[in-house]
Design a protein around this ligand. Sequence first.
Ligand code: OFO
Length: 173
Amino acid sequence: MISDTMAARLNAQINREFYSAYLYLALSTEAEGMNLRGTGAWFLAKHHEEMLHAMKMVRYLLDQSAEVALTGVAAPPPKAQAVLGMFERTLKHERTVTAAINDLVDHALSEKDHATGIFLHWFVTEQIEEEATVNDILGRLRLFGDSGQGLLMLDNELAAAAQTMGQASGATA
Ligand code: OFO
């Protein structure tokens, strides 16, 4: 059993995870609209990952006999217009999520809620990996540009990465 405050905070995070899924679905469709199939597949794989993150938290609340309170998910922002902008938006968003996860851990520690603290460790590690991956992609985009040959190369790499991500999450990208 966890406290009502802890449950409310986890419910708020569930909403953030669904928003992440929604944001990446929007970016996926934007990339597809630009004929960047690999980039679209990568963002779709991210969408599936975020849905899994939300569901992990839903499962945790259920296992702790806590209430799952689903709330409305905000609309994603207008189109990013360029691939560099898409990934800049992604990194900014992931940093916000990292801060939110860290706050959750802090709160769990303040309540001496060890179960939730341990549960959240997976998310702490996941955020490190997510930020690193997006930083890497941004580095390439800045080095080779987000058009022409450089973009084609990146799109192919993202197509391959999406397949791996899809296999890892069990979802089809
Ligand atoms: Fe849910 O991991 Fe990113 O946002």
